[in-house]
Design a protein around this ligand. Sequence first.
Ligand code: ACO
Length: 312
Amino acid sequence: MGNKLVGYGSYLPTRVMTNADFERLMDTTDQWIVERTGIRARHFADENETVADMATNAARAALKKANLTIDDIDMVIVATTTPELDFPSVAVQVTGMLGATKNIPAFDVRGACTGFIYALHCARGFFTAGIHERIMIIGAEKMSRFIDMTDRSTAVLFGDGAGALIFERSTSSYSGIIDTVVMADGKKFGMLHGSPDHKIIMNGPETYKMAVMLMPDAARYIMEHAGITQDDIDWIVPHQANIRIVQSCAARLGFPMDKILVTVDKHANTSGASGALALAYAFDNNIIKHGQLVLYPAFGSGLTWGATLIRV
Ligand code: ACO
């Protein structure tokens, strides 16, 4: 039992924070940020704008693209690590905000920067089991809530936003979410985590080293598992953490940079929203085209890492 992509959407808060804005707030420079991370701007949600608001906006855009309403969807999964409320889940809030009249399963997954791949992994399982018809997967994060403005080494790295994809059951096993792999290693907890007072605690150089090892590993694993080679891949859409990580992963895999989608310059690291936001950007700008095969590897706090293959 396969699936296919039938809609996508994204939402970025209107407030754009440039590197120049950070220069005014802390001891940093546009040059340092661009050279070390490739980031030029990021979007920050307003104080009252919640993860659920952003997720709902992305979901609404995806439903419109697919010419569907929330009542055509029979499961909502949200990847988020930054919800304001411990309960209920953001996914449940989204169904309410979209005015669902049917009762459907809705839940969040917490996989940090790998969260969207964890959500796709769940969706693939449900399609394979044949128990759902149409699943909406949303990545939504308000990373700005966790930013410690006294820590210049993490403050400049993150942004807010949301992206949504809708898949529906199909007889083809070569479309939509074709394969997924997800991993976790809790022994590396200390390298990158949130603190009880909502701050990002990160060992940057260690995180960098693990990212450039594990994302290519996941990419190689999934190609082997799916029985394909690099020549079959049209695009790599890596988790948008920073440009040096992206370039290093591309080099390790032997992929030219013109096959790698880069949006980190515009969005910064939006954690679980990164892949869906990047895909929506690429579809909107006719960069990734219908029928192409996309490999999306990610890595994040946990440690968690993984990859997915999607024929769009
Ligand atoms: N502006 C100016 N200087 C800075 C800034 C800043 N914003 N931040 C750090 N520095 C300084 C440091 O204080 C240090 O100064 P010192 O040598 O006088 O002590 C110097 O820059 C170098 O610091 P490093 O941490 O060694 O810099 P590095 O080259 O490793 O780059 C970075 C830091 C960009 C964080 C890098 O380690 C990295 O990319 N790590 C991966 C982190 C990441 O992407 N995390 C996201 C979450 S996980 C994920 O999504 C994959």
